[in-house]
Design a protein. Sequence first.
Length: 257
Amino acid sequence: MKADLNEYFSSQHAVVTGGASGIGAAIAGQLASTGMRVTLMGRDEEKLKIMAGRINSAWQAIDVSKADDVRRGFSAAVSDNGPVTILVNNAGAAESSAFAKMSDDLWDRMLAVNLTGTYLCTRAVVEAMTAAAYGRIINIASTASLKGYAYVSAYCAAKHGVLGLTRSLANELARKGVTVNAVCPGYTDTELVSRSLDTNVARTGMEREHALSELVKDNPQRRLIKPQEVAETVLWLCGPNSASITGQAIAVAGGEV
């Protein structure tokens, strides 16, 4: 059985967007550890090089919100490592603003990277996956795809859109051998959240420990999620025995939703 599992994983080519840091880096490392061929994608070339060297993976520097970049990056990834059988749409960004003060540019940025990026990368692989009658598409959404949070309305709107896309596409591909799921982490122990805490401390003057407790107050476990917990969930969805799991929004959030 273990030999069969090793053979299964070694036959896979996984693309992880936003794979150079945070949750994406944890996912990429977890998938690479199984013997999968992994291609990292993201905008920061230096970070990509460092992470790729660490896990012995390929990489492509792209902006997921730009169609030409996506076409180029995925074409190169397929040329280097074969057809993409697993896509993890992890690239994203979060910015906060009161709705009445939010700029059009902020709104456009949040939809571009979080929602349009997911659409473009999915479009780049879905035809080949359908033709092969096999594929795993895993969208790293957020608890913000399942509930609303104040002051991040653009981010919540984008992540709700990701979940809608996930559920619609799962139904469309249900009989074609391709599963589509969303993993929805709560606040996770990453550089992004650390910078958010720094901003809150600077803006409010509160102690960092108090700022953290405010951030995780909706999580019944009262803690940040570990990136590895998200990565393990993604790996499970990639496995051969998860073929019937599709159209789901799996919260990794300590019981928050």
